[in-house]
Design a protein around this ligand. Structure first.
Ligand code: PBG
Length: 307
């Protein structure tokens, strides 16, 4: 009876599974602050994606750790870098799986900031040009969706224009539209080696106290051509997810981020919560708030729990 009248359905089809791709072969290294999450070389990422696909998960979201970093993040658009190589391998070997790529510079800059710096401040427009190069290189490798996570102004419009001009009219854009300046990204910065060397991301990521601003950010990205908009993190911003979905009615994603995952893992490891129930309750709550798509490190575990 409960199943018959249930209002919210949770399915692996709602999930996108993030992967961290490193150079080399046969490499699989667990991230200490994210049990069950690994840095993977391309061959290992393909294996992991194959399993995710078999479990019914819709797509993967790729992050890359390059061999070398510089102050303008050039490795972000290197066609031979881990992300671009992984996209090509995945489209060849797991063609049914959607491949989404994170577009940002923080993993590629020597200083760990999301853009080009002038006098220790991010220069918006020059950064947007670098991001556009990265998005184009992901699209030409075969990415189905590019996902700018940088929060620079005007990047969605510029990326859309460049994709269209480059003939990538079918490459979609999932914008990290309402991305908050959050403490819950901590473990990710270990996984992606992307912590800023000085300062923080308050110049471009949103104030956790603001919700009306999130609606303005989403409206701007939609105007510029975003196909899917994202709210991030998820659990501490369920009200924002609900308002975005209600106001715009467009495909809405929520990122259940590294810190949210790590908290559940840590409590479960101490036997303080029932992990399976807490995981499914959390993901259901994100869906109930209005997210169509959930990006989560729990994707495979949840898919297995739901099977
Ligand atoms: C890159 C990026 C971040 C995350 C996704 N893309 C980190 C940040 O903004 O510092 C966080 C994801 C997570 O915590 O799981 N800019």
């Amino acid at each position: 009876m409960r199943a018959l009248v249930r209002e919210t359905r949770l399915s692996p089809e709602n999930f996108i599974y993030p992967l961290f791709v490193v150079p080399g072969e046969g490499r699989r290294r667990e991230v200490p602050s994210m049990p069950g999450v690994y840095q993977l070389s391309v061959d290992e990422a393909v294996q992991e994606a194959r399993l995710a696909n078999a479990e019914g998960i819709s797509g993967v979201l790729l992050f890359g750790l390059p061999d070398n970093k510089d102050d303008v993040g050039s490795a972000a658009f290197d066609p031979e870098a881990p992300v671009q190589s992984a996209v090509r391998a995945l489209k060849l070997e797991v063609p049914d799986l959607l491949v989404v790529t994170d577009v940002c510079l923080c993993e590629y800059t020597s200083h760990g900031h999301c853009g080009i710096l002038i006098d220790d401040e991010i220069e918006n427009d020059g950064t947007v040009e670098q991001l556009t190069r990265a998005a184009l290189s992901h699209a030409s490798a075969g990415a189905d969706i590019v996902a700018p996570s940088d929060m620079m102004d005007g990047r969605v419009g510029r990326i859309r224009e460049a994709l269209d001009a480059g003939g990538f009219v079918n490459t979609a854009i999932m914008s990290y539209a309402a991305k908050y300046c959050s403490a819950f990204y901590g473990p990710f910065r270990d996984a992606a080696d992307s912590a800023p060397a000085f300062g923080d991301r308050r110049s471009h990521q949103m104030d956790p106290a603001n919700a009306a601003e999130a609606l303005r950010e989403v409206a701007l990205d939609l105007d510029e051509g975003a196909d899917i908009v994202m709210v991030k993190p998820a659990v501490t911003y369920l009200d924002v997810i609900a308002r975005v979905k209600e106001e715009f009615g467009v495909p809405t994603a929520a990122y259940h981020v590294s810190g949210e995952y790590a908290m559940l893992k840590a409590a479960a490891a101490r036997g303080w919560i029932d992990e399976r129930r807490a995981m499914l309750e959390t993901l259901t709550a994100i869906r109930r708030a209005g997210a169509d798509i959930i990006i989560t490190y729990y994707a495979r575990e949840a898919a297995r729990a739901l099977a």
